[in-house]
Design a protein around this ligand. Structure first.
Ligand SMILES: Cc1cc2nc3c(=O)[nH]c(=O)nc-3n(C[C@H](O)[C@H](O)[C@H](O)COP(=O)(O)OP(=O)(O)OC[C@H]3O[C@@H](n4cnc5c(N)ncnc54)[C@H](O)[C@@H]3O)c2cc1C
Length: 500
């Protein structure tokens, strides 16, 4: 394997070849590139990214107030200290990613405006042939790769999910989606309705409140939120003591992870108590007369959907000030001036913002073929949520729902690098996961248990996703605390790995 291969110009007959091709330059793809560079220094690789720049989620989303809902000590990489406030804006996250790219010379590996549309595996050649189209020139590009590292995220980047509401074409105001935000949209003095109750809605409502005439958050059902100061006291204290930022990052990560684990366990062990605590916090901001039961008391157990963190309680402060309000109801239909609700109430609006989520996109909308046959991804069984039976030389980064995505991106990074080195040591050109004799009677289940976690985009797309088994190695456990040790201990010579 030689890094120089990345730079070689292919002859017209011969496509360029890299050892590893990374799909996407979001937080996972940039992290993957870093891990390859540092852990597999002889490996040639390229990153193909459809957008004009890096960032993924943090480049796509441009709505007012766009910020993380997890802390950046754990959403940031393990290897690069985060020195800002724990909840960060998209620009701050992109700046951090840009520093990682620059400090590690990753830019020369990344090719922007390259949309991959097909990936074909040839067992005879033990390589992938990837076809992409350049967004700037329209030129077709073909690259071959020994290994595909899928860092394409989990949702379609060019249009968000918007339900087919009756009458929406009649609405005379602006109807926009948070994923495709028109940057010139002027909302000063306008009546805004934001449809949704997730992290995006919780961000955009306080960001628009105050400047807009009024912002109404229209939700079908309530969501859990946690609030707190956008600061970590321990980090502040350690900084005062002039402790090195590398240490602060690691110490604060450990503290946050421990606290999150304890919180998650409490959500399962004593859900009513946790619920009461979260509601008491909101009560203290919204006052004794506010209808918390209707607007902020979900019917489901805490943690069944991701719990968004609202820094400095800004959403609730906006409601308490009267700049924003919450309506819990269902849409009957749109009309020329707004939205008629099932209760009969009418919401007048100049702008309606759909913060209604995503279209799940399982493999980057890439048409996959394995030895001439279209891939039926939903028929595969996942090995720890990152490899799939019947798909050779491919790994996918699918992060955590309840903890920061990047924690898993780093774990998968370590695993892929270890696997590549193991293949090299064995002289293998192909690795595939396969159920072992002892897995034969294992129940084969949907990707995720809806009783455990059930956000809309996953429920809508579950039929597209691979299957899981009931053993930890055949599922994405969603449990960082155990996976961090389990991944490092994976025996690459276990019968689940088949090399050729
Ligand atoms: C608004 C918002 C806020 C979020 N906040 C958090 C948070 O606080 N904490 C958290 O843990 N998670 C959060 N998430 C989830 C978040 O998406 C992930 O945590 C993380 O950013 C995903 O990174 P990624 O690199 O895997 O994928 P993405 O960020 O989705 O990046 C994938 C990249 O792959 C590219 N790509 C896709 N298909 C192709 C193709 N065929 N060819 C070429 N390129 C392709 C895309 O253009 C994109 O740049 C949030 C999601 C959203 C939408």
């Amino acid at each position: 394997m030689s890094e120089a291969a990345t730079l070689e110009k292919p002859s017209p007959q011969q496509a360029e070849h890299v050892d590893v091709l990374i799909v996407g330059a979001g937080i996972s793809g940039v992290g993957g590139a870093y891990h390859l560079k540092v852990q597999c220094p002889g490996t040639s690789f390229a990153v193909l990214e459809a957008a004009e720049t890096f960032g993924g989620t943090w480049w796509t989303h441009k709505y007012p107030g766009i910020r993380s809902d997890s802390d950046l000590h754990t959403f940031g990489y393990r290897f690069k200290p985060w020195t800002g406030t724990p909840i960060a804006t998209a620009d701050e996250i992109r700046k951090y990613m840009g520093d990682v790219i620059e400090e590690n010379g990753l830019d020369r590996h990344i090719r922007y405006r390259h949309t991959i549309h097909s990936a074909r595996w040839s067992g005879a050649e033990n390589r992938w042939t990837i076809e992409a189209t350049r967004g700037d020139t329209g030129e077709a590009v073909t690259i071959t790769a020994g290994f595909l590292w899928m860092c394409q995220g989990y949702y379609r980047h060019n249009h968000g999910y918007m339900p087919d509401w009756a009458g929406k074409e009649r609405f005379r105001g602006a109807l926009v989606h948070t994923e495709t935000w028109p940057e010139d949209l002027d909302y000063a003095g306008k009546r805004v309705v934001v449809i949704g109750s997730g992290a995006s809605a919780a961000t955009i409502v306080p960001a628009m409140a105050g400047k807009a005439a009024h912002v109404t958050m229209l939700q079908r059902s309530p969501t859990y939120f946690r609030t707190g100061r956008n600061a970590i006291e321990l980090a502040e204290e350690l900084r005062k003591l002039q402790v090195d930022e590398t240490w602060i990052h690691e110490i604060v990560r450990r503290k946050i992870l421990l606290e999150q684990t304890v919180f998650t366990e409490r959500c399962f062990a004593e859900p009513e108590k946790v619920k009461a605590e979260m509601l008491a916090n909101l009560r203290s901001i919204l006052g004794p007369d506010y209808d918390l039961d209707t607007h902020f008391t979900p019917s489901y157990r805490p943690w069944r959907q991701r719990i968004a963190f609202v820094p400095d309680a800004d959403l609730f402060q906006a409601v308490a000030r009267g700049d924003a309000s919450v309506v819990t109801d269902e849409i009957e239909h749109f009309d020329e001036t707004g939205i008629r609700l099932k209760s009969g109430q009418h919401l007048e609006a100049d702008i309606v913002v759909a913060a209604t989520g995503f279209h799940l996109n399982v493999l980057g909308d890439i048409a996959f073929e394995i030895d001439g046959r279209p891939l039926a991804f939903h028929e595969t069984v996942t090995y720890r949520g990152m490899m799939f039976t019947g798909i050779p030389n491919l790994a996918w980064v699918f992060g955590y729902f309840r903890a920061s995505w990047t924690l898993r991106a780093d774990l998968v990074g370590d695993f892929v690098c270890r696997l590549l080195k193991h293949m090299e040591a064995k002289g293998a050109r192909r690795v595939e996961v396969a159920l072992r004799p002892e897995d034969r009677d294992m129940p084969i289940l949907p990707w995720i248990d809806p009783e455990n976690f059930n956000p809309g985009y996953l429920m809508r797309g579950m039929h597209l996703l691979p299957k899981r088994g009931d053993k930890p190695e055949w599922q994405h456990t969603q449990d960082y605390w155990t996976e961090k040790d389990a991944f490092a201990a994976i025996d690459l010579d276990d019968a689940a790995f088949v090399y050729r």
